[in-house]
Write a protein that binds this ligand. Structure first.
Ligand code: SF4
Ligand code: MSK
Length: 654
């Protein structure tokens, strides 16, 4: 039988992913005649006009296509220029990303309110110390008040994050004063998320805002409403309700599946359903049921951001990131994959069908054709979780397909937070960011980088994350990670203190003294807000300038794919951080809009965007920015003195 065209063009599995477990499953899927996202991504040839954001379909006089090679030659039917078209497209991406995180945050707030009102009894307020700290951070007086009274006040105040139509979002108070002043001066202080997203959508309608400068202001405001709004609400209230993470050992990769157990994977973003599943799997009734079917027990594992959050908080094993969610079902060992919202590929339904796995949607905002829907309700979690477990146990009992579980498992330390960084470096009694700042000022740590975000089948899964982070730590840049990127590096074995020798001499000295890894995992993609708070704490600790834009820090999403990633990138840029995206960026080089994002914003006192595909090039750009900030702060000379190499020493001695 002749090969079909797609088989002829198929590249080696080693070129599709760095992850050996995913390679093994991709190979098996090909043998089984099942197509995975990793191959679909290779075969898809994106529209060359769309990829550069040179087309508009905001009205039906179009769609209008401009020429990315000669972008000012033509305008749309309505007269829209390339700058307007790119700015409006970017604006709607950011609005969608911000809406996703705010929707997540709003539901977490609803759960918090349900607990306070006594309507939800299955969850509780776990971390009262954090409750008090967060309340105080936005000016709520806590002295002499009962826990529930403080919680109620915090809940009412945080409601404004979403519902405000005027004024300022509550959590913006946590940003450095100078950063806040810049936002006020430029009229981009976020009010409420709903109004920002609504205004962004309205301003990008045909015939409304057609000045890329003015559009960019609302783009920043909508993005800030994510980072300092819904995402921060989600992170902080999840910590308060489910416990603030602290470093914990956890296993990562497909080898966490167990052939002799009922395997249940939870994948998505909101922690409530996963927490509900965690409570249900320890019910002796289900353990006995599983045993009656010949299983040794029930094995609950996470994937993607839900997984990263539960791993950070409870040490639950993590089976893989976004690029492995289809591949893992090829093992045949997944008895149920349970999903809630965001980053759930529709392709999972077909792969689940091929491998006789239950794909179960649980959230009213995310149904998938072909999946079973069992709705999760926070006031009665067991109604949903028990049905899921019964299905998974029954599937275990009737497994027909051969099982093949890749062996790879990597143990690492996860669960760092901005609170823990403060404690780890400053100790219990003098917890502060001053020791971190001191190490930056004395040059042992050159700067701090946030490396975050998705994997994307346009590039070899995990490869850019791993090469970039290795290059950064080698150059004494401390790396903070979240989301799927954290899982890439965990699989590569860098989230352990033993990875310290891979770092440059200064960073490895700090890691060895403190006993920390050179790469700190902070959780899921909403937990990028932990990086915002850490950056604000660095400014407050002193010696590194007055605003986030002054800090020797940089960010990167090297294998990004989602609109949420663009919203995150823009809130970092608008907060003052140089942010580099791999894969490509939806704007055309040398256009006015592109130049504003990649240069003009920095001149206005913000961060700026950068883009490059090669990980070493990305690292070089980030390090150059960190060094530029060190020079502006006048701490560049200290570093040169601190990190003398052997030949310098010989020279000094002679
Ligand atoms: Fe074309 Fe203008 Fe309509 Fe966009 S808004 S599709 S550029 S006519
Ligand atoms: S899950 S947004 S693929 S990090 Fe948050 Fe991963 Fe990116 Fe989704």
């Amino acid at each position: 039988m002749g090969k079909d065209k797609s088989e002829e063009t198929m590249v080696s599995v080693k070129d599709r992913t760095m992850c050996e477990a995913t390679q093994q499953m991709l190979e098996k899927a090909r043998r089984d005649g099942v197509k995975l996202d990793l191959d679909r991504g290779y075969e898809m040839k994106p529209c060359p006009i769309g990829v550069e954001s040179a087309c508009c379909k905001h009205c039906y006089m179009g769609p209008c296509r401009l020429n990315p090679r000669d972008p000012y030659k033509k305008v749309g039917v309505c007269g829209a220029t390339i700058d307007t078209i790119m700015a409006r497209n970017f604006a709607r991406n950011v609005a969608a990303g911000s809406a996703s995180h705010n929707d997540h945050g709003r539901h977490i707030l609803g759960l918090f309110r349900g607990i306070i009102d006594g309507k939800i009894k299955e969850f509780a307020i776990e971390d009262t110390i954090k409750l008090e700290k967060v309340a105080k951070s936005i000016g709520i007086e806590t002295e002499g008040k009962e826990v529930l009274a403080v919680a109620k006040e915090l809940c009412d105040e945080l409601e404004k994050t979403f519902s405000n139509v005027d004024g300022e979002m509550p959590f913006v108070k946590r940003a450095p004063k100078a950063t806040q002043e810049l936002w006020r001066k430029d009229g981009i202080m976020p009010r409420g998320a709903m109004v920002e997203v609504m205004e962004m959508m309205s301003r990008t309608h045909i015939g409304c805002d057609q000045d890329y400068n003015n559009l960019t202001k609302q783009i920043s405001r909508t993005a800030l409403a994510d980072g300092w709004g819904g995402s921060m609400v989600a992170t902080e209230l999840s910590d308060i309700m489910f416990g603030t993470p602290s470093p914990t050992l956890a296993d990562v990769n497909m080898g966490v599946l167990k052939e002799d157990h009922v395997n249940v994977i939870v994948h998505g973003h909101e922690p409530a359903m996963f927490e509900g599943m965690l409570a249900a799997v320890s019910d002796s009734f289900f353990i006995e049921e599983a045993k009656a079917k010949g299983a040794k027990g029930i094995n609950l594992v996470g994937m993607c951001c839900s997984g990263a959050e539960m791993m950070s908080r409870h040490g639950i094993p993590h089976a893989g990131n976004f690029g492995s969610t289809e591949a893992i079902m090829v093992t045949g060992a997944v008895d149920a994959m349970v999903v809630d919202i965001q980053c759930i590929k529709q392709g999972l339904a077909e792969v689940a069908r091929c491998y006789d796995t239950h794909l179960i949607t649980t959230n009213p905002r995310c149904h998938i054709e072909g999946a079973t829907h069992i709705e999760f309700e926070e006031h009665d979690p067991r109604k949903c979780t028990d049905q899921i477990l019964s299905k998974a146990i029954a599937r275990f009992g009737s497994r027909k397909l051969p099982i093949e579980i890749p062996r790879q498992v990597q143990t690492g330390v996860h669960g760092f937070t901005h609170e823990y960084i403060e404690y780890m470096l400053g100790g219990t009694f003098r917890g502060s960011y001053s020791p971190l700042n001191d190490n930056i000022i004395n040059g042992r740590i050159r700067g701090v980088a946030g490396v975050v975000g998705c994997t994307n089948p346009k590039v070899k899964q995990d490869s850019v994350h791993i090469a970039l982070v290795k290059e950064l730590i080698k150059n004494d840049v401390l790396v903070l990670q979240t989301g799927c990127s954290q899982i890439s590096l965990a699989k590569a074995g860098l989230l352990v203190p033993e990875a310290a020798p891979l770092a440059g001499p200064g960073l490895s000295e700090v890691c060895e003294t403190v006993g920390m890894p050179p790469v700190l995992g902070l959780g899921s993609c909403v937990d990028n807000t932990r990086i915002l708070i850490a950056a604000s704490a660095m400014v407050e600790a002193g010696g590194l300038g007055n605003s986030i834009a002054d800090l020797p820090v940089a960010g990167c999403a090297p294998e990004w794919m989602s609109e949420k990633a663009l919203a995150i990138g823009q809130y970092f840029v608008a907060s003052g951080v140089y942010t580099v995206f791999g894969i490509g960026f939806p704007s055309i080089k040398d256009t006015k809009f592109h130049n504003l994002l990649f240069d003009g914003l920095e001149k206005q006192g913000y961060g700026k965007w950068g883009t490059a595909a090669d990980p070493i090039e990305i690292a070089r750009m980030m390090i150059a920015h960190i060094d530029k900030k060190r020079k502006e702060l006048g701490i560049d000379k200290v570093r040169e003195r601190t990190l003398v190499d052997m030949s310098d020493r010989r020279e000094l001695a002679s």
